[in-house]
Design a protein around this ligand. Sequence first.
Ligand SMILES: Nc1ncnc2c1ncn2[C@@H]1O[C@H](COP(=O)(O)OP(=O)(O)OP(=O)(O)O)[C@@H](O)[C@H]1O
Ligand SMILES: [Mg+2]
Length: 350
Amino acid sequence: MAEPILQVKDVVKHYPLTRGIIFKKEIGQVRAVDGVSFDLFPGETLGIVGESGCGKSTLARLIMRLEDPTAGQIWFEGEDMASLGAKAMRAKRRDIQIVLQDPYTSLNPRMTVGDIIGEPFDIHPSVIPKGDRKRAVQDLLDVVGLNPEHISRYPHQFSGGQRQRIGIARGLALRPKIIVCDEPVSALDVSVQAQVINLFEQLQDEFNLTYIFIAHDLSVVRHISDRVGVMYLGKIVEVGDEASIYEHPTHPYTQALLSAVPVPDPVGRDDRRRIVLQGDVPSPANPPSGCRFRTRCWKAQDICTQQEPPLIQIGTAGGQYSACHFPQERDIVNNDVPTGALDLSDMPKE
Ligand SMILES: Nc1ncnc2c1ncn2[C@@H]1O[C@H](COP(=O)(O)OP(=O)(O)OP(=O)(O)O)[C@@H](O)[C@H]1O
Ligand SMILES: [Mg+2]
């Protein structure tokens, strides 16, 4: 197996929770990311899903090194990023870029498209000689499917999908190895989403990119991801290849998330019952003891209050891990072909 390009090792980010405006008093900690580990392999797309506030964007900022983790390490190409000196860090930073959600606020309205896409060259002047910049920007416009002649236009002269393409072109300018995509299509119309997703896939093949793809929409994540990690309250509760997660989710939270996704085949609809989770997501400033999901879980027993379940491997096929004391077994028939239907007999019904 290939060496991982990125290793996230037990990464934690706590933010101080303060009260008062002038004399800020710390009254607690928000555990935005609370012990996340995973490996990312070259050329793959790792999808990250989870409800609002579970720590997805915080994780993205930590990987981008826009913030330092409270604890844990992030290794890129076999080196601990925190151990790098300023110069080496600057060089490595080029290799990991981000594409953000909102094409309406993430582009400076006073800058031309050429300046926006070319800005990374100002920050890393050695990448392209000054005289070649205009051509480089025009190449980038072409690569993302925009008209290179529109280099002097301003962001408001483009549609939402086109603006997201501008953001992608900017992310590509320094020829990164990894692109962290934080809800890159969530603000777009469904038809435009498909086009932008296709562009991401095409660019991945063309430039050998590795993606971390964060999204709310589970069908979008399934479409683009090779593996998927499910986050709940600052932790990854289940991770595995896309088929395992979507066809054999073993963590109750994954099952609940998926049960809310419409099944395209109306005949297959009967196989999935909708699970309605009780209550709200608890505050990340005061997460439940033991398993964080236990307050909303229909399987919870005493052990779930007392002990935090570690991520353990599920099944023999490898690649799927679940952090639950009572994970749903994968149902595998004799010839190793998954049976498809989930056993949801012990779940609460709508
Ligand atoms: N700079 C900060 N200071 C204090 N708390 C923060 C900060 N950034 C994030 N948080 C808190 O950390 C938690 C995780 O936030 P984060 O933005 O990472 O979630 P998310 O999964 O990206 O949510 P969404 O799906 O809404 O984008 C939230 O409770 C949030 O309020
Ligand atoms: Mg977010």
